[in-house]
Design a protein around this ligand. Structure first.
Ligand code: 5GP
Ligand code: MG
Length: 182
C-alpha cells in the first residue's frame, strides 16, 4: 500500500518493510558484537510501540538473553504531551546486569530520560539504548543512543508498531503524515 487513511489523517509510504529489515540487520550485528562477552543481558522492550522491532531484533540475537516488556506511556495524538508516568511491568531483577532498552522511536528523548532515571535506581551494570528510529533534529538530551536503526526527519509517522491514536500499529511499512490539503 502506498497510502493509508487512519481516522481523519492521510499517510504516505516512507520506509518499506525490506528497508526496515535491512536496518534491523545492521543494528542486530552491532549488538551481537557488543554483547558476546556479557552475561545474560536483559532487553527491556518499551510497549506498545516497540513490539514489532523487539520481535524482529530478538530473533537475530545468538546469545542467551532475557526480554521483559515495560510500559511508560506519555503520548496521545500527534504531539508529545511531556508528562511521563510510572514504569509498569518490570518483573526481572536488573541489579548488576546489562540492560538494553528497546524503543520504537526517540523523538525529544524525554521518555528515555525518565526511563533511564527509573532504571538507574535498580543499579544495573550498564544501560544501553537501542531505538529503531531516531529524530536527530528533535533529540536534545545527553544520553547516548548506542544503536539506531534509521534516522528520520521530524515528520509524524505510523506503522511497524507506531500508532495514530492507537491504530496503524499493524502496518508492515512506515508511513508519514501528509500535509493537510489547502
Ligand atoms: P519522546 O519522549 O522521545 O519525545 O517521544 C517518545 C514517544 O513519543 C515514542 O515512544 C512514541 O511513542 C512517541 N512518538 C514520537 N514521535 C512519534 C511519531 O512520529 N509517531 C508516533 N506514532 N509516535 C511518536
Ligand atoms: Mg515508545
Amino acid at each position: 500500500m502506498k497510502r493509508v487513511k487512519l481516522y481523519d489523517k492521510e499517510f504516505t509510504i516512507s520506509i518499506r518493510h525490506d528497508q526496515i529489515q535491512t536496518a534491523i540487520g545492521t543494528v542486530a550485528q552491532q549488538i551481537r558484537e557488543d554483547m558476546k562477552e556479557e552475561n545474560i543481558p536483559v532487553f527491556l522492550s518499551v510497549l506498545n510501540g516497540a513490539f514489532m522491532f523487539t520481535s524482529d531484533l530478538l530473533k537475530q540475537m545468538d546469545f542467551n538473553c532475557e526480554v521483559s516488556f515495560v510500559k511508560l506511556s506519555s503520548y496521545s495524538g500527534t504531539s508529545s504531551t511531556g508528562n511521563v508516568k510510572e514504569l509498569l511491568g518490570l518483573n526481572t531483577d536488573i541489579g548488576g546486569r546489562t540492560v538494553i532498552i528497546v524503543e520504537d522511536i526517540v523523538d525529544t528523548g524525554h521518555t528515555l530520560v525518565e526511563l533511564f532515571k527509573i532504571l538507574q535506581q535498580y543499579n544495573p551494570k550498564q544501560i544501553k539504548v537501542a531505538t529503531f528510529l531516531l529524530k536527530p533534529d528533535a533529540y536534545d538530551k545527553d544520553i547516548p543512543i548506542d544503536y539506531v536503526g534509521l534516522r528520520i526527519p521530524n515528520d509524524f509517522i505510523v506503522g511497524y508498531g507506531l500508532d495514530y491514536n492507537e491504530i496503524g500499529r499493524n502496518l508492515r511499512n512506515i508511513y508519514k503524515i501528509c500535509p493537510p490539503e489547502k
